[in-house]
Design a protein around this ligand. Structure first.
Ligand SMILES: [Zn+2]
Length: 124
């Protein structure tokens, strides 16, 4: 179950603690995460996502996980996975771009991004 399943469709951080309907999240709920919980607290502007929207979001999330696994597997196959390592691999997702990757020298976390706009990017 994704976080989307439980949250109000107006919830977001774009305007600080004010949702897309202009509701002050803390004033309505008393805390910032109430819009994301189930059972839902009362809010006059609350609108849930539809079953179709939730199914589409879950499908997209599963696809992103699969794409991430595919790209990371290609990076691992390069054999350069130690902290401080970096390099590039042909993007297995789009087949056209180049994925540039770096493993942080301080914590070993992976940062990888495809040269094709909006194709793939990960920060672990
Ligand atoms: Zn790509």
């Amino acid at each position: 179950m994704s976080a989307l399943t439980k949250s109000c469709r107006h919830y977001g951080y774009e305007n600080g603690m004010v949702c897309a309907k202009g509701m002050d999240i803390r004033a309505v709920h008393g805390d910032a995460l109430a819009c994301c919980r189930d059972p839902k607290k009362a809010c006059p502007a609350r609108e849930d996502y539809t079953t179709d929207e939730i199914a589409a979001a879950e499908e997209q999330s599963a696809k992103q996980m699969e794409d991430g696994f595919t790209v990371i597997s290609a990076i691992v196959a390069e054999g350069k996975t130690a902290p401080g390592d970096s390099g590039h691999v042909g993007c297995p997702k789009c087949g056209a771009g180049m994925v540039l990757f770096t493993f942080s020298p301080s914590n070993g976390h992976l940062h990888a991004v495809c040269s094709t706009p909006d194709c793939f990017e990960v920060h672990q």
